[in-house]
Design a protein around this ligand. Sequence first.
Ligand code: ADP
Ligand code: ZN
Ligand code: ZN
Length: 723
Amino acid sequence: MRVAVPAPLYKTFDYLVPQGLTLAPGMRVRVPFGRRQLIGLVLESPRPEATEPDGVRSYKSVSEVLDAEPLVPGDVLELCRWASSYYQHPLGEVIATALPGVLRQGGAAELKQPQFLRLTEAGRAALDTLPARARAQHALLHTLAAAPQAREDLGASAAVLRKAQQQGWVETFTAAPEPAPVTTETPPALTSEQAQALQILSADTGQDMKFSVTLLEGVTGSGKTELYLQRAADVLATGQQVLVLVPEIGLTPQLTERFARRFGADVASYHSAMPDAERTRTWLRARAGLAPVVVGTRSATFLPFRKLGLIVVDEEHDGSFKQQEGLRYSARDLAIVRARHAGIPVILGSATPALETVLNAQSGRYRHARLTRRIHSAAPLTIRQLDVRSRPLNNGISAPLLDAIGRHLAGGGQTLLFINRRGYAPVLLCHDCGWQASCTHCDARLTLHRTRGRLICHHCGAQQTIPAQCAGCGSKALMPVGQGTERVEDGLRTAFPDHRIERFDSDRMRKRGELERLLADIRSGVIHILVGTQMLAKGHDFAGLSLVGILDVDQALYGADFRALERMGQLITQVAGRAGRVGQPGEVILQTHEPNHPLLRTLLERGYSGLCEALLEQRRGTGLPPFSHLALLRAESPQQALALRFLEDARKTLPAHDALGVLGPVPAPMERLAGRYRAQILLQSASRAALQKTLAAWIPALDALASARKVRWSVDVDPLDMF
Ligand code: ADP
Ligand code: ZN
Ligand code: ZN
């Protein structure tokens, strides 16, 4: 019988089934694997002869069967097989991606009622008698004194909980079963534009439903989410389930809440920051048909829905849908494959769709629904370009922009300044000899972080204290060059000392709950100016924002990556979309040293879709995606020669091919990262099938190369980052 085990091997394994055991595909089994025992998944029903031990003595036997019935349903197994073959990744590891940790590790697949904890009488009494130094116990009892809590939501450690239970201070109870979904909010009447879009979205649904992909293209606030809700309502009414994919964990609460407001509390989430017990619960509830709506990140694509009727991919252009390690899959693309297998519709929503998606919509493979107007704001948004050449800049901000901020503050509006770089300055330079602080492990400069008092490598995370002297000449004339969020924040504090200014980047949001707190402060209006990275560009609504300033996009104009301009266009459009208060158009100012850059002009004059047209024209000319398909074979090693040798050996084993371009081995654009040398081979083909055929014949055999054992290697099909 075939079993997939979670090991980095491109094959599955045969095991014998001891007599008397019944096994079916999708069940978990414990099997001996080398000297270990692994949990594998049965792939095929055992053939009768394989259950007979005679003559096949070289096979080992299954040690234990963990499930009484298949845990992973056939369609999910099918999806895993597809992903394994398309992304050239071992099936056992793909299956591991599809399972929450508890189930992966062999935990029971039973849907438990969630456990809640409450304070007992003794616990209440203990609140007064407990010595003050028992801090953790105090914190726990205080939390529970306020209200009972779900076990997963409690911050307390297992030891603290155990102690409190042993003392009889707290007790567990299970909550009543959750109520069935109810519609709690009345949907608004659709605008005529929305009604038209809904018609496109609803074609081929209902009785004779079939697979379709629709791009729902609309600026922020144009009512896309409302259409997701209305389509979801139709699907839920037929007893089917809905999957909503979002690119980032940070966006799940927002969308979950929106769906819950419409459909009642029974909206589940699924993402990696959830406690595993909760993830497992969502997984099992989806499988039991009990979770009508799940809002989740990438891995939710694999959830075992009992009857899936619709998939929504929100912000479909977002690069976070692509996993950058292990199974390097695109959740958006995989969602489309899943929908095709299931014969159900997919909605891809975005204000700035990826060029791949735009091309598919143009060619008619996808339907295209558009929303051009914002629901609450009459005037369309225009972006004003501000030529800052030879203008003095105060920590990156020009005088006209400072004036504009002052004007908006006086009018009671909030301002957002966008700069896609965290830290104080990207370069620390010696004014006397030109030395720059650089990372000892990477081909990269260190970013100056003043608040943390450190130089930090943004590539490998290495840190060091800020030197007082130049490492080259000993001079003390070290100066920060360029700016990041911290420096802009500093400049603003000097210019607007009486206003509350907050920085939004991953450094600032290291504490749990910080983002939520600050978002609430923005909504309530106590924060006047926000400085942030793309963290602010995504999905959040700021009703009081009247001015958006975009500080430094010029670097994207020279980006080495062929997608740099596409990303720049998306970022500018997304950030600009945050501006505008109810009933009032916002103002967007873009500072640039490149006012005549043709593609920047195209974006400002003809909008994101104008930019897409121009970029598609370029890509058609150069034969780059979406007009061709790419795969990267990467290798890395502490020794440069080893990575290259493996790739050279690999290249020699590349099967004969025609419709295929091969580049490399070449060093990666950033050759040294975290002390490892990186190199790659790029395959390119106008035919996806030809590329797939070559990869299938090539990749699984690479493990056998002697030079493979000395490097870390991986394959990336449809890579987003070329590094
Ligand atoms: P998007 O997802 O495109 O950003 P939303 O669906 O969130 O847009 O809509 C923006 C705002 O307008 C939300 O507050 C939403 O509740 C509201 N809205 C959407 N459609 C309508 C409508 N037809 N009538 C009134 N308000 C609407
Ligand atoms: Zn120097
Ligand atoms: Zn580094």
